[in-house]
Design a protein around this ligand. Structure first.
Ligand code: SF4
Length: 353
């Protein structure tokens, strides 16, 4: 790994300054940013509208290290998972989830995770490091290509729901969204992007202060503190009352409806009383609920809720509490690409073996 500064870590102002310091006209920085963020250049040599002398100077002075998938697995349901090697054998995963009305990229924000949610394979891996903005944009760019290649359809949505807790990598996640939505960049609408958090109240409030335009999802999974503490340690320091206040603040500042993600764990949180708890909690903000089928991981403590329970749960939320509810069927289960399964099979590659 080179010690040259990574040119993708420069924001637009810093890049302009670096170019001017090199005796170049300021407009060169726009051309370079366009190559990096819109065209996905992986070498300075590709930047053919720059003079060759400048390309050589850039090569000598800066690093350019995009990540690209090395391994691709295609599920029988059309889901595609790819492994992106990072330096020193570390790996992160991104997933393309095709559906009738959308093509979604599920991307990772950290290598491993520090939060240890008990139903999640990634939580069994140590946090090794945050991804930088460019590494998140690279996942989107490559998964967009997979959508075209495998399904002849453009990418429509992005969820930060892969490995890691995005709000614990706040600055880089927001910088990546700037590049995904901006010019130079990928020019996507922020309304097509959802950041999913396990629940860091302080950072949810910060999203409100920053008046972000993208969507927010809370991985709730239990709406009673004792129960939530058992599956998500983060709830011990960020309890439901603090999350409720933070979500209300977020909604007040942004006007954006919140999504509650709720994995149905058979015999644990799939009862009618759990549905009532969920409805009571979710009433704090305009919202919708995604009920997610659980995918057992290798040493699973839980099982999938049965279909009858899932239907009863959904019906109660819809009929009695008038909520907007979607059931998200399990996708990519055969390639360990489903919700909570990422990195289960990459323990060695991420240094956890
Ligand atoms: S569910 Fe999310 S926050 Fe919890 S351990 Fe898994 S990756 Fe980390």
């Amino acid at each position: 790994m080179t010690s040259k500064p990574d040119i993708r870590s420069f924001d637009d102002d810093a890049l302009k300054k670096a170019l001017v310091d090199m005796g170049q006209p300021a407009f060169r920085s726009k051309q370079i940013a366009d190559w990096i963020w819109s065209k996905g250049a992986s070498t300075f040599d590709e930047m053919t509208n720059l003079p060759q002398g400048l390309r050589l100077n850039l090569e000598a002075g800066f690093g350019l290290h995009p990540i690209a998938p090395e391994e691709e697995q295609v599920s029988r349901d059309g889901t595609v998972k790819c492994a992106f090697p990072i330096e020193s054998g570390k790996v992160v995963e991104g997933v393309l989830i095709p559906a009738r009305d959308r093509m979604t990229a599920c991307i990772s924000s950290q290598v491993g995770c520090s939060l240890s949610c008990s139903f999640c394979a990634t939580g069994k891996l140590k946090l090794l490091r945050n991804l930088n903005a460019g590494e998140m944009v690279d996942q989107v760019r490559h998964i967009a290509m997979l959508a075209e290649r495998h399904h002849d359809h453009r990418l429509t949505n992005i969820v930060y729901m892969g490995m890691g807790e995005p709000l614990l990598n706040y600055k880089n996640v927001l910088a990546s969204i700037d590049r995904i939505t901006g010019t130079p960049g990928l020019g996507m609408s922020p309304k097509r992007i959802t950041v999913s958090t396990a629940g860091i109240a302080k950072m949810i409030r910060k999203l409100g202060d920053d008046e972000v335009k993208f969507n927010l999802a809370l991985s709730l999974h239990a709406a009673e503190d004792g129960k939530r503490n058992r599956i998500m340690q983060i709830n011990e320091s960020n309890d439901l009352a603090s999350l409720r206040d933070a979500l209300m603040y977020f909604n007040e500042k942004t006007g954006t409806r919140v999504t509650f993600e709720y994995i149905l764990l058979g015999g644990f949180n799939d009862d009618i009383e759990d549905a009532r708890d969920l409805a009571r909690f979710a009433a704090c903000v305009p919202c919708k609920v995604n009920l997610i089928e659980y995918n057992p991981i290798d040493d699973a403590l839980f099982r999938k809720a049965d279909a009858r329970k899932t239907d009863e749960f959904k019906d109660l939320l819809e009929d009695k509490f008038n909520m907007v509810v979607n059931v998200r069927r399990s996708r990519g289960e055969d390639i360990d690409a489903a919700c909570g399964q990422l990195a289960n099979k990459n323990k060695l590659a991420t240094g956890q073996g």
